[in-house]
Ligand binder design. Structure first.
Ligand code: ATP
Length: 666
């Protein structure tokens, strides 16, 4: 079995036969597909069948616990074996037998920790205070609760909402039959299901949505299916793009394009990733430097093409980072409008509306002038300030020419919390050299009880530190295990091609450990990632939640998140310890953060938290003495010190990112 294939959110379109996944009582995330992708409402803590009847056509996973020989970090370098081929699952059209009543919906939603609330109930008219009073009753200061009829199986999509069978088949062919929590509530809501509310009228029709759901809980599918369905349902002249998805990094934008193409296969919907050199306008996308009709290309392995013949491409859905799109929309210091966009999706909305991207995101948002445009915002974390900004933007636009609608908040589980299905370890390493030793111990399977099984990610605070750490560790991997090629570094200072190359090699399993910055902290889906190491403490609780969320995707258990901290971090680490403690409370564990530690750690002031979030821990900022990782150990450690290092790469650490992109807040 090819374990590293499980890393992949393959850019290739679905194949006829898929490998049979494996798992056991204590599987690692790399052990295969989880039988149940849901996080809540499991029975007996395991892959329970929670939502109604489910016609399974795939084989139940088998046991596979320990690291296989081909993954032994210090073992042989032979390539993992090819996956066994399993028969293609038959596509079963499920009859909707579960109409149920409000009480039944409530039970299902409660079980899956789905919380819906209506922020504005008006539809088709501006919100008025009077009506707001009537429909939004404040109960003990809380927003009123709303309910939607949950979706039990993807196969119900056609019968209930008229979703094209081809689209449903594309979903099922990826091995998905049971919706995750965000999908079971988000899909009905966005596909036009009426919203029932306690003590209020039902709300029908399109909604704008603020969705907060845990990392790896399937938000991408939850926003893409309604967009593709909406475009297929309503025929329109294809000129400019009809849907726009914004994401903070190139890697995430790439991934969304790949997912979207798999879902839209055979439907005629065209998806384009906006790249440097493209021009986007009301008449389509013109290509100046790059090839634009990249439908069939594999983004991550694609060579940069230099076709300078301008062409106009019609695309239904465009996916972009804010910076790339602003460039593509710029016309003599002005931003072109996008009147054809009917659906705007902000993925990782809290970063897109963070001061780093806020101006670009808002100018793009305002450039979308379609009167019936529907907006949805998605993230695993959403600060109240971001929510307020999103709401005021939606409402302001409603005051102008955009048709106002109901605004719904959908929260899954505890807002702003880390996954409780992975284990979290907070380790005091005292000093920088201490962290290096601790990481080496973690890397070596036999050196410590807390060893990490590859594949995993290592996060640093800055690009220079990622480069220097890579230089430090690259010769730790013996030639017989694949040597330095097993370790790679990825950051915003690299060329697009180099970044794509690392992603492709990591997904293929050629690279086992990637050292990176927060550029990979958000949204990027490596399905079977076993662990995350915060070599440098994340600069905020949200930063921790997203980094940690790279493992434990789609309900997979057994992932591990290790955070190393030094004396410099002590004044700022409490918010992260609190996140860990909260997630352990849900899981009924206490081994990551003990009570005494929580009591002992100081609480940073709001000002300090803001400063650290924006600039990182001072001792690790670029230019600060000692901020570059090196094997130059303090005198007293010299005897045991490791002599390996790579000055040349450490010098490369001065490299700067070329354009604004999310790579942490440093
Ligand atoms: N219904 C489903 N059944 C099984 N797997 C699913 C289902 N929906 C999504 N997945 C898988 O779950 C993983 C995570 O999905 P996705 O990347 O959309 O999560 P996310 O909520 O956007 O995470 P993040 O907050 O990190 O961006 C992917 O590998 C995806 O293929």
């Amino acid at each position: 079995m090819d374990f590293f294939k499980l890393l992949t959110r393959s850019s290739k379109l679905p194949q006829k036969n898929k490998p049979v996944p494996t798992a056991d009582a204590h599987p690692l995330p790399s052990a295969g597909q989880n039988a149940n992708p849901q996080l809540f409402g499991r029975e007996n803590g395991q892959s329970a069948k929670v939502l109604g009847k489910r016609k399974r056509t795939t084989t139940t996973p088998n046991a596979e616990n320990d690291i296989p020989a081909e993954l032994d970090f210090f073992g042989a370098s032979s390539k993992p074996a090819r996956p066994e081929r399993a028969p293609r699952p038959a596509i079963v059209e499920e009859v909707d037998e579960e109409a149920g009543g409000l009480d039944e919906w409530k039970t299902v939603l409660r079980k899956h920790k789905v919380k819906l609330s209506l922020l504005t109930t008006e539809e088709g008219e501006k919100p008025s205070k009077k009506k707001k009073k009537k429909t939004i009753k404040e109960k003990d200061g809380k927003k009123p609760v709303a309910y939607v009829r949950p979706l039990s199986l993807f196969s119900q999509l056609s019968a209930r909402y008229g979703v094209r069978k081809r689209l449903v088949r594309n979903v099922q062919e990826q091995g998905y039959d049971t919706p995750t929590e965000i999908q079971l509530a988000g899909l009905p809501l966005l596909l036009g299901e009426a919203l029932a509310q306690d003590g209020g009228e039902n709300v029908t029709g399109p909604v704008d949505l603020l969705a907060v759901a845990p990392t790896g809980s399937g938000k991408t599918l939850a926003f893409l299916i309604p967009v593709i369905h909406g475009l297929l349902k309503k025929k329109a002249e294809r000129n400019g793009p009809r849907a726009l998805v914004l994401a903070p990094t190139k890697e995430l934008a790439n991934q969304i394009v790949n997912e979207c193409r798999k879902l839209a296969l055979g439907t005629g919907i065209k998806v384009t990733l906006i790249k440097k050199g493209m021009r986007v306008g009301a008449d389509g996308i013109s290509l100046d430097l790059h090839e634009g009709s990249d439908e069939d290309s594999n983004e991550e392995e694609e060579e940069d093409k230099d076709e300078s013949m301008p062409t106009t491409v019609k695309s239904d859905i465009i996916v972009a980072t804010p910076m790339a799109l602003v460039h593509a929309l710029e016309r003599k210091a002005q931003i072109a409008t996008l009147p054809s966009v009917e659906y705007l999706v902000l993925d990782e909305a809290d970063v897109l509306l963070d001061p780093l991207f806020q101006d670009q995101t808002l100018s793009i948002w305002n450039s979308c002038t379609h009167p019936n445009m529907r907006t949805s915002l998605w993230s695993a974390t959403m600060a109240s300030s971001i929510e307020t900004l999103a709401l005021s933007t939606i409402k302001e636009r409603a005051d102008d020419s955009i048709t106002p609608t109901a605004i719904v908040r959908l929260v899954i589980g505890i807002k702003d919390s880390a996954l409780s299905t992975v284990s979290h370890k907070l380790i005091y390493a005292a000093t920088e050299p201490g962290k290096l030793l601790a990481l080496r111990q973690l890397l070596h399977p036999s050196a410590s009880t807390t060893s990490l099984r590859p594949p995993f990610l290592v996060f640093t605070q800055t690009i220079p530190r990622a480069i220097a750490l890579h230089a430090e560790l690259r010769y730790d991997i013996p030639a017989e295990a694949g040597g330095p090629a097993r370790l790679a570094v990825l950051h915003a200072g690299l060329s697009d091609h180099a970044r794509s190359n690392v992603m492709a090699r990591f997904r293929r399993g050629d690279v086992w450990v990637v050292i990176t910055t927060d550029v990979l902290a958000r949204g990027v889906d490596f399905r079977g990632l076993n662990g995350v190491v915060n070599y440098d403490v994340p600069t905020s609780a949200a930063g921790y939640i997203h980094r940690a969320g790279r493992t434990g995707r789609a309900g997979r258990e057994g992932g591990m998140v290790v955070t190393l901290y030094t004396k410099e971090d002590v004044p700022f680490v409490k918010p992260i310890a609190n996140v860990i403690a909260a997630s352990e409370k849900v899981a009924g564990k206490t081994d990551g953060v003990q009570r005494w530690l929580l009591d002992a750690l100081p609480t940073p002031s709001k000002r300090d938290r803001k400063e650290v979030k924006q600039r990182g821990i001072e001792a690790r900022r670029p230019g600060v003495k000692g901020a570059v990782i090196s094997t130059k150990l303090p005198k007293q450690w010299k005897k045991t010190g490791d002599k390996m290092g790579d000055k040349k790469s450490a010098e490369g650490a001065k490299e700067k990112p070329k354009e604004i992109e999310f790579s942490g807040f440093d």
